[in-house]
Design a protein around this ligand. Structure first.
Ligand SMILES: *[C@@H]1O[C@H](CO)[C@@H](O)[C@H](O)[C@H]1NC(C)=O
Ligand SMILES: *[C@@H]1O[C@H](CO)[C@@H](O)[C@H](O)[C@H]1NC(C)=O
Ligand SMILES: *[C@@H]1O[C@H](CO)[C@@H](O)[C@H](O)[C@H]1NC(C)=O
Ligand SMILES: CC(=O)N[C@H]1CO[C@H](CO)[C@@H](O)[C@@H]1O
Length: 644
């Protein structure tokens, strides 16, 4: 174990805790699990449970993000009012002192909030699901089934606000609107920020020429809009996987750029007025206000609002002529045309941020060193770090001559499957077993449940990311991590060769797992892992639906076995989901690998392990780079660093 002091130590400990907690998937994944369970309940026609789970998920997510935003905003504000430790700013030390004080404040704030205390940050995947209002896609169907028609209409409307072109949702809303129980006027966007309805009321008041109401609603909406934008920006100050270990300054620059890119998207979210985008939503507040104030005879406020509007649109003819008109009025003084302070601040910040992003875009144009990058990626957003790639370690995948194809499609009575032997030597299997024995954690790596597949066995695993982390802390040695990487790379090569895969195949998850029998009953009829396909959900009709929560991005699967000193645990390919029509049975042993495509054509399962512990490396692959296993890159970088 290495030692450290001060904030570096703190950071290291926090990183470690987060990484380990990620494996446990405790609190942070509750939101994800609630979503997945909710969807699963929907698929199983359990509509009460679907509603409970999805509603709870939304509630948890919203209270989590709210608490996080509050901590970040409060800490930022708090440090501004503290006197620095030394009265002169030398070497930007004021800035760094503030970040150190801010960090301390954030740690305390997290501890003080139950929602945040035990949980690391949410995964981007979880954020995407909730930010894109995915729960409502199912929630409305479940409300409908439970005859809660008004809620169903509002839920599907909430979904449509973010997915305006979704056909199914559009049709559902149309259908709900024909139901006698549904009052179209009462349909609401459950996730609307406060400013949305305030603004809508303001515009209504304008149409009704109720100038006092325009003034009140628009002023309130303006405050809410700016508050919502600050909160959205605060959420952008989350973690950023640098993927390697950059110097201090580049590391700050990378992370800041990442956050800045995210922040610039906040306005876009806020400008979505129940499905319609108003790019000028914020400035338009000042437009309405100048008119309302003028009608209400508050000329000074009218002039200030007009001056604020032209900060956003300096060449707007209408507003310019309004201002000329106001100027011609006897009571109006020149100093009335002072833009409002919040508008000045907003426009200055916007201008500076735009200039900085443009600078980054034009100045950071180095030639790519990584030839593997596709055009598509080049056009997607980049952060500074992608220009400063660490070289990758090369792992030899020339397989040794001991590897032999022992069963093909015909032997296995199916398609897109094969078995090879000799991928690992007995010594290599022992090494992998030692890692599993010493470091595997209970649970399937996705959920915290220690007996996820059957209560008669425990299930433990260690992902490549956790192995890399343990290597970083000196618990797993170089040879061991290398072997973990190498054996899985060979598995990939075998799949590519045997299935003649030409496209780039990515690892998506690598998991060394052991199943241990808790019951000596040899008559068990349950499965160690029930029959399933790797990328779809089998419904009651036997049809495998490629939809969430299945891991639909998986394209190929491989399993490398490490031992055979246990009873039961045969791998089976099956024609049906109950195992009544078994196509082939494969007995695990050290160095044996099964490769197969991840779809419904390869339903498979594991028979009960009735004695001892059965260990294997399970690997899933994808063509979709989005789901690439990033932990693997870190593992390579750590190994590389160690060797140089
Ligand atoms: C990038 O490549 C172009 C064309 O090959 C070359 O002219 C240019 O100097 C290179 N830039 C850098 C920063 O290496
Ligand atoms: C298993 O089945 C056999 C034969 O039916 C029976 O004799 C034995 O008692 C059973 N064992 C257990 C543990 O139930
Ligand atoms: C394939 O099916 C045949 C005929 O049912 C069977 O004898 C054979 O054992 C099966 N193959 C495997 C690997 O189980
Ligand atoms: C078709 C094909 O490429 N088959 C290969 C599958 O893998 C075995 C083991 O390396 C090779 O011997 C086969 O030629």
């Amino acid at each position: 174990m290495r030692f450290c002091t001060g904030i570096a130590c703190l950071t290291l400990i926090i990183t470690l805790q987060h990484a380990l907690a990620k494996e446990h998937e405790e609190q942070s994944e509750q939101c994800l699990m609630l979503y997945q369970h909710g969807v699963q309940s929907y698929l199983e026609n359990n509509f009460d449970d679907c509603i409970n789970k999805l509603e709870e998920g939304v509630k948890k997510y919203n209270s989590y993000t709210k608490a996080l935003q509050n901590c970040r905003l409060k800490c930022k504000e708090d440090v501004e009012s503290v006197d620095p430790l030394y009265p002169v700013d030398i070497d930007n030390m004021y800035y760094y002192e503030k970040t150190i004080r801010n960090t301390l404040c954030l740690i305390k704030c997290r501890k003080a909030h139950p929602e945040l205390a035990t949980s690391p940050n949410l995964r981007p995947q979880t954020e995407r699901i909730y930010d894109e209002r995915k729960p409502y896609e199912y929630l409305h169907l479940c409300y409908y089934q439970k005859k809660q028609f008004q809620k169903a209409a509002s839920a599907v409307f909430t979904y449509l606000v973010v997915h305006a072109k979704d056909d199914a949702a559009t049709k559902s809303l149309k259908f709900y609107s024909t139901l006698p129980e549904v009052d179209m006027k009462e349909i609401v966007n459950f996730e609307a920020k406060d400013h949305i309805y305030l603004y809508i009321h303001g515009v209504d008041a304008y149409d009704k020429k109720d100038w006092k109401a325009v003034e009140n609603n628009m002023e309130e909406s303006l405050v809410s809009y700016l508050q919502a934008e600050e909160e959205c920006r605060a959420l952008c100050e989350g973690p950023f996987d640098q993927g390697w270990y950059p110097d201090l300054i580049p590391s700050i620059a990378n992370h800041y750029t990442f956050a800045l890119n995210c922040k610039t998207k906040c306005a876009q979210q806020l400008n979505n007025l129940n499905g319609e985008y108003h790019d000028d939503l914020l400035p338009s507040h000042y437009h309405y206000l100048q008119f309302a104030y003028f009608k209400n005879n508050n000329l000074k406020a009218a002039c200030q609002a007009a001056a604020s509007y032209v900060l956003f649109y300096p060449n707007d003819d209408t507003m310019r002529s309004n201002m000329e008109y106001y100027k011609s009025l006897p009571k109006v003084e020149n100093n009335f045309f002072t833009p409002r302070p919040e508008a000045v601040y907003y426009v200055r910040r916007l201008t500076y941020e735009k200039r900085l992003l443009k600078f980054i875009d034009t100045e950071y144009r180095f030639n790519e060193t990584d030839g593997a990058e596709t055009k598509e990626e080049k056009s997607t957003e980049k952060y500074l770090s992608s220009y400063c790639k660490a070289p990758q370690l090369e792992i030899l995948t020339n397989h040794n001559s001991n590897i032999q194809l022992v069963m093909d499609n015909k032997d296995l009575n199916g398609t897109k499957r094969f078995v090879v032997d000799g991928l690992l030597t007995p010594t290599e299997c022992k090494t992998m077993l030692r890692i599993a024995q010493d470091f595997a954690q209970k649970g399937d790596g996705y959920k915290g449940n220690p007996t996820p597949h059957t209560v008669l066995e425990t299930f433990k695993g260690i992902s490549i990311g956790r192995a890399a982390l343990l290597f970083h802390f000196g618990r797993v040695n170089y040879r061991e991590l290398y072997l973990y990487l190498k054996s899985t790379e060979i598995a990939k090569k075998l799949l590519e060769d045997n299935f003649s895969i030409k496209q780039t195949l990515y690892f998506t998850y690598t998991h060394l797992v052991c199943r241990s029998s808790l019951s000596g009953n040899k008559n068990r009829t349950d499965f160690s892992h029930s029959i399933h396909a790797d990328n779809c959900n089998i419904g009651e009709n036997g049809i495998c639906r490629k939809s969430l929560p299945a891991y639909i991005w998986r394209d190929y699967s491989a399993i490398i076995y490490l031992n055979n000193n246990f009873d039961g645990g045969d791998f089976i390919f099956s024609q049906d989901m109950f195992g009544n029509f078994i196509q082939s049975t494969i007995k695990p042993k050290c160095g044996r690998m099964i490769g197969f495509s991840s779809g419904a054509e390869n339903l498979h399962g594991v028979k009960a392990v009735t004695r001892g512990t059965r260990c294997a490396i399970a690997i899933w692959f994808t063509f979709n780079k989005k789901y690439k296993e990033n932990d693997r890159t870190i593992a390579y970088k750590l190994l590389h660093q160690f060797m140089n």
